[in-house]
Write a protein that binds this ligand. Structure first.
Ligand code: ZN
Length: 504
């Protein structure tokens, strides 16, 4: 193989090398879109002895700056964190950036670190800004990865695909200031601040007199200001819609969100605003049981504006249910009516709506797209894992069967972290399904959810002698069928974008 590389790189231009690599991938193992030239050195990614590697060729000062195994004129380098950092200084496009003025953006979480190539192919040619790295603290714990791992995997895939149009990295659902500092130190470009620990839901269910008593505890000047600001008249957000507050609603908003607002203000002014680069700052109030009213959304946005907090997106809690990996549960018509108000409020304040748990929510995508004029962010993640599971079912029925059984056995454990309505009794008994029909489990909501929420347990499962039960086999299979996995994601994320009318 090396000899072929030698003649390829000695006698051809960059374009010829790319063309040749594309037509002979099986022979050369060179990812065609990954061939770049910088300061006299060629860089490319290749499959070498079954491993994905970075390869350098040519003189240039860079050659000496990477550690690796020299083979003739080539240097074979590992995809280490250290090398990734060096590559990011050489190739600007490997670094995440804030979304800026982009209209539509999509979060493409990837639990395994293998999905980005498919994600990039799905968004190619469409007017969309991809947030290719997106991981919550909870997901890090469940997958045994770090924020560096997540971003490195994305950066390497971006290089492999030769994707130079910019991507974001979302440190999702952070709940503490020090987590925000940590994520920014690791160059994440988007911070999603989860305020649920500070939202005082108990006030939602209180009696009017209890709310009044609670409100009376607020300092007099502040009470006065709140009354003057919100009670006086309606607040028009466009020609037809005005947000009005009753006395009770002001009490409720002030009491439920008061501490959360202080928390957001503190994180923004002490950390986000002081950061050296632009950050997409998202406020998440979606992890509560009560849907966010238009008044509450308006109140939060207005209070944040008053406190000079710049928010790029807000994730309200919508009506209905956004369960993992399946379509929207609820009345689509009611959702649409409420969504229209949220969209107008967002447009009025200049932030975007962020739709969380957006995997497979095909029923509501048309409304989401239409009423925001595509100024909206949609987050997906689990659905890319389920496409991996589907591929595993097709390629290694035995592995799939073991995962399926394990998932059923550990479902109650997983339910502590995720709310789902799946009923294992409603899935076909595993033993009754032929090997060829196993992938069809991923067309069925109960099985989808069962395999979805147990991903962490599956990835972390160990045998009594501490060997991974599934992890290594999963990675080996998905690496082997890399292009099939990318194809599946291209189609499935493509369906999402199509339903959101983000077309080529
Ligand atoms: Zn969320």
């Amino acid at each position: 193989m090396k000899d072929q590389w030698v003649s390829l790189f000695h006698n051809h231009s960059l374009n010829e090398i790319k063309k040749e690599a594309a037509s002979r991938f099986d022979g050369l193992g060179i990812y065609p879109d990954s061939v770049f030239q910088k300061n006299g050195t060629f860089f490319f990614m290749a499959r070498h002895n079954g491993q994905k590697t970075l390869v350098l060729f040519g003189p240039g000062e860079c050659f000496g700056a990477f550690e690796g195994e020299e083979q003739g004129p080539f240097k074979i380098c590992g995809l280490t964190h250290d090398h990734c950092e060096r590559m990011r200084t050489l190739f600007e496009f490997m670094n995440p950036v804030a979304i800026g003025g982009q209209k539509f953006s999509i979060g493409l979480g990837d639990r395994l670190g293998l999905a980005t190539s498919g994600h990039i192919r799905a968004i190619a040619g469409r007017p969309v800004f991809p947030v290719l790295a997106q991981q919550s603290m909870r997901e890090l714990g469940m997958t045994g990865r770090t924020y560096d791992d997540v971003l490195d995997d994305v950066s390497w895939a971006v290089f492999q695909e030769g994707y130079v149009n910019g991507f974001g990295a979302d440190a999702d659902h952070l709940k503490e200031k020090k987590q925000v500092e940590m994520a920014l130190k690791r160059d994440y470009s988007m911070i999603t601040l989860d305020c649920s620990d500070y939202i005082e839901n108990q006030y939602f269910s209180m009696q009017p007199h209890e709310l009044r008593e609670g409100f009376e505890q607020i300092p007099a000047a502040k009470k006065q200001a709140l009354r003057e600001c919100y009670l006086s008249a309606g607040h028009p957000v466009d020609a037809d819609t005005s947000i009005r507050f009753s006395e009770q609603e002001i009490y409720k908003c002030a009491l439920v969100y008061g501490r959360a607002l202080n928390f957001i203000e503190d994180v923004f002014h002490k950390v986000i605003a002081r950061h050296k680069r632009a950050v997409d700052f998202e406020i998440s109030i979606d992890e509560t049981t009560i849907p966010t009213s238009g008044a509450a959304h308006f109140f939060i946005a207005s209070e944040l504006k008053r406190r000079a907090v710049e928010v790029r997106s807000v994730a309200p809690r919508f009506c209905g249910e956004f369960q993992k990996g399946i379509d929207y549960i609820g009345d689509v018509g009611v959702f649409e009516q409420e969504f229209i108000v949220h969209a107008k409020i967002a447009a009025y304040f200049g932030h975007r709506i962020s739709v969380h748990s957006g995997s497979d929510k095909f029923a509501i995508f048309p409304a989401v797209s239409k009423h925001t004029g595509q100024r909206v962010h949609v987050k997906t993640a689990g659905t890319s894992w389920l496409e991996a599971v589907r591929l595993i079912a097709a390629k290694n029925p035995d592995l799939y069967r073991r995962m399926h059984r394990f998932a059923l056995a550990h479902l109650d454990e997983a339910k502590q972290y995720y709310h789902i309505s799946a009923d294992p009794e409603k899935t076909a008994p595993l033993d009754s399904v032929s090997d060829g029909s196993l992938p069809a489990f991923m067309n069925e909501d109960n099985a989808r959810q069962i395999l979805h929420i147990t991903y962490g347990l599956i990835l972390q499962a160990k045998s009594p002698d501490h060997q991974p039960l599934f992890r290594d086999e999963i990675y080996t299979l998905l690496n082997k069928y890399e292009s099939e996995y990318a194809d599946a994601l291209y189609k499935h994320i493509g369906r999402h974008l199509h339903a959101l009318a983000v077309t080529k």
